[in-house]
Design a binder for this molecule. Structure first.
Ligand code: 5AD
Ligand code: SF4
Length: 469
């Protein structure tokens, strides 16, 4: 007999994710809320009954990609006589809800980042063709409360959302408008999710938030303490059995407090990697961006972090061509990059986002100047990234195995510095790669390129074989 709680028929959902890790996490959560409705994930829109575009609004290019994808989906929907539900989620939905409906009538649902828990209800309503097609109100706490408490983990690494939104109002950025005010989850809820992930085999957790080090979640109920900081949260999550690695992203220099910096040195689970966006090396531009710190204050934070954890890899984000950026301002950015020496960094041309203060500033920089600066910056960043990766050649590093490598018999994993690592398993190896997923093994690095390391497994093999028997 069939279980009446089982969904009656399998339907396919295809979720296409654009933009940041926050969106990657949200897409996972959408999959979780849709599962009880009988929606199983599929690999393409062609196999799907429901397509969700989880969108990004941060740069104009990302927004335009969404409209072009929607044009394609409309054709698929027409070819199927209307049998396809199209939903637009994420920050474009938040910022341009009604506009999406107007520009692309094939869209059935639009929901902002705070409404994912309502997705099942909205789909039910859309299939009855009644009610709202638009759900973009801010209700962040309600969102955290309504999502399923246990998540299905997918592999040994997972994101865990600890805070949402941002109150910093950098003058170029849409996040405070699309994601709303900064809000942190209670520590007990986060710890419960961490335990559930660990029980499903997760070994590495990345604590996630738009402004993650602004975290100030309610302290565990038993402590009777005031809100906890990210440093306190990290120390707490480090005690969860099975969690061997902790990371966090993305942080703001203004919230890099001494306890968090100290945690990089004294919490063994804390991975030696810090993504600390600086955006520019010029004090004039940092001021116009409303970043709230100078280039030298940023240098000082990096110095302290390196003092706490000398081998730490530093990552960042940069914007070139912010309004008013002169050649000298850009040179100050290049100098900061030379001084810090990054392991990896993301760089973008400034893109004016309607409604943000910088969009109306004088001194918008011509496109060709932005192009030239971006090329120059990226050239330097690529050199630094390659040099950082090559500095690991000859070292034996602990690698968390995440799956199969490019070639048969090859495994793929992650170094403490967030580098992708490919390595061969010995021919006579008794365990298959799926058995090895989630293990941390020693790999001697033989070669390195811009994007990955390659190496060979050392020691431990016999021990692992024993464990398998
Ligand atoms: N133009 C260009 N880059 C931007 N970013 C955010 N807003 C803009 C914009 N308007 C970049 C910043 C941020 C990253 C996520 O995206 O570098 O850190
Ligand atoms: Fe945007 Fe600035 Fe907030 Fe980061 S800190 S999300 S760049 S407003």
């Amino acid at each position: 007999m069939t279980d009446p709680r089982e969904p009656k028929q399998a339907k396919g959902v295809f979720i296409k994710t654009y933009g940041c890790q926050m969106n990657v996490y949200d897409s996972e959560r959408m999959r979780d809320v849709l599962r009880p409705l009988g929606y199983a994930p599929v690999d393409s829109a062609d196999e799907a009954d429901l397509v969700v575009l989880n969108t990004c609004h941060i740069r104009e290019k990302a927004t335009e990609k969404v409209y072009s994808e929607l044009g394609q989906l409309k054709l698929t929907k027409q070819a199927r006589g209307g049998n396809l539900t199209i939903a637009v989620a994420g920050c474009v939905a938040q910022a341009e809800g009604a506009e999406i409906m107007r520009r692309q009538p094939a869209v059935d649902l639009v929901l902002g980042p705070q409404s994912y828990h309502k997705l099942p209800e909205m789909i039910a309503r859309a299939s009855r063709a009644v009610g709202d097609r638009l759900e973009t109100e801010f209700e962040t706490l309600e969102k955290f409360d309504a999502l399923p408490k246990t998540r299905e983990a997918d592999g040994p690494t997972a994101f865990l959302s600890v805070q949402e939104g941002c109150d910093k109002f950098c003058t170029f950025c849409v996040v405070p408008y699309t994601r709303g005010a900064e809000l942190s989850r209670p520590v007990d809820d986060i710890a419960m999710e961490a335990r559930s992930l660990a029980a499903q085999g997760v070994r590495e957790i990345t604590l996630l938030g738009q402004n993650v080090n602004a975290f100030h979640g309610a302290a565990p109920a038993l402590t009777n303490e005031a809100d906890w900081t990210l440093g306190q949260l990290v120390r707490h999550i480090a005690k969860v059995g099975g969690i061997e690695r902790i990371r966090y992203t993305t942080s703001h220099p203004r919230d890099m407090d001494d306890d968090l910096i100290a945690a990089h040195g004294d919490v063994p689970e804390m991975m030696p990697f810090l993504h600390l966006p600086v955006q520019s090396g010029s004090d004039n531009i940092l001021k116009a961006m409303n970043r709230g710190h100078t280039a030298d204050e940023y240098r000082e934070i990096i110095r302290k972090v390196r003092e706490a954890r000398p081998d730490i890899a530093i990552a960042s984000d940069f914007i070139v061509g912010f309004p008013g950026e002169s050649d000298a301002d850009f040179e100050a950015t290049m100098q900061l990059v030379r001084d810090v020496d990054y392991a990896i960094a993301y760089s973008f041309k400034y893109s004016a986002r309607p409604g943000t203060p910088a969009a109306d500033m004088f001194g918008q920089v011509p496109e060709e100047v932005k192009d030239a600066r971006l090329q120059q910056l990226q050239q330097l960043l690529r050199e630094q990234q390659t040099a950082f990766n090559r500095s690991k050649i000859g070292q034996t590093v602990p690698v968390l195995i995440t799956g199969k490598g490019r070639n048969p018999g090859q495994a793929h994993g992650r170094s403490p510095w967030l580098q992708a690592v490919h390595f061969e398993l010995p021919q006579d190896h008794a365990m298959t790669i799926p058995d090895l997923k989630g293990r941390i093994v020693d790999v001697r690095v033989i070669d390195a390129s811009l994007n990955s390391l390659s190496g060979e497994l050392v020691g431990e093999v016999a021990e692992m074989r024993e464990a398998a028997l």
